[in-house]
Write a new protein. Structure first.
Length: 320
């Protein structure tokens, strides 16, 4: 029996999108087209999982009126609300689309999580972990939490034999790579790999060698590095796989990384082999890119693009 997947979004938001022909500064801008959605990287993951007919729990911190908006939105996407309520107010994130494709973003930092709320979340998570085999952690930490908070969650999940997929960056990512328990999978981009290894990577061969030898990477069972339009390079234990994707015309690339995480989680939760897992992940990323909405895929197109993704076991002499 395939269990639900648990997705964590500790700093969710109400994502507001305004569309304007032209953004005028220091005056009034009147907007006719507005969209408001439950936002955050982990909620993008959850939405795609739901579209794949995977039962999914979404958890993290929610508070205030904006938190209620997100809670009310989740059932519409067939996502089970497992968020913990806090005293602070969930944040807004505003994107202004203007002047032929330009995007200006205004992002609130979000609520401060108290030490009591942080400790309560561990207890909250303990109530959820026995029900799942896989947990995803996505995005930034809210204020008030130590940089090793994700590392602590990963260690707690391991006590319940729950595998963790971590998609984060900065101090939270680095702390997790130095924690007592490593995540099962990380999905860094090339900039984040540079940060982890403290090296500027100039070639696929150099990247491949680092995945197998770097002290921060070699012991993580799965490392999937996004190569943008060129696909991805993955280390699965001691093997390397190169994923090549077809050329597409991107409609909206925002959220494609979250959709890739959803594909990884979905296929891993069904215990598929590495090549199938990677093809599923790349396909979900592609389908998000083809959709105007963030964190949304069209499952009817899944087989069409799944067949076009190529996965090959890589030797170090392979170059892009």
């Amino acid at each position: 029996m395939v269990k639900p997947i648990l997705t964590l979004t500790l700093n969710p938001s109400v994502d507001i999108s305004y569309q304007l022909p032209t953004l005028a500064l220091d005056t009034v801008n009147r907007v006719t087209t507005v969209s408001k959605t439950a936002g955050g990287k982990g909620l993008n993951v959850a939405r795609v999982l739901s579209l794949l007919d995977q039962e999914v729990y979404a958890s993290g911190f929610l508070g205030g009126t904006l938190g209620k908006f997100i809670s009310q939105a989740l059932p519409k996407d067939a996502i089970e609300d497992k968020f913990m309520q806090i005293a602070g107010e969930t944040r807004n994130c505003i994107a202004i689309l203007h002047d032929d494709g330009k995007q200006t973003e205004i992002l609130e930092s979000g609520p401060v999580i108290s030490q009591t709320e942080a400790q309560n979340f561990f207890n909250h998570l303990i109530s959820l972990l026995p029900k799942v085999d896989l947990m995803t952690i996505s995005g930034s930490l809210p204020k008030g939490l130590d940089s090793d908070f994700y590392a602590q969650l990963i260690s707690l999940a391991d006590q319940y034999n729950v595998k963790t997929i971590l998609d984060s960056s900065g101090p939270a990512l680095l702390a997790s790579l130095n924690g007592s328990t490593l995540p099962f999978l990380i999905k860094p981009n090339q900039d984040e790999i540079n940060q982890i290894t403290r090296q500027k990577i100039d070639s696929l061969e150099q990247l491949a060698k680092l995945l197998l030898t770097n002290s921060n990477l070699k012991n993580i069972p799965w490392v999937v590095v996004s190569l943008g339009a060129k696909g991805a390079l993955a280390k699965v234990k001691d093997k390397l796989y190169l994923a090549r994707i077809p050329k597409i015309t991107a409609v909206n690339p925002v959220g494609s990384g979250d959709s890739t995480v959803a594909g990884l989680a979905y296929a891993l939760n069904q215990q598929n082999d590495p090549k199938y897992v990677l093809k599923t992940a790349m396909t979900c990323g592609i389908l998000n890119t083809l959709n105007p909405k963030t964190g949304v895929i069209n499952p009817d197109l899944f087989d069409v693009y799944f067949k076009q993704v190529e996965i090959e076991e890589m030797k170090l002499e392979v170059t892009l």
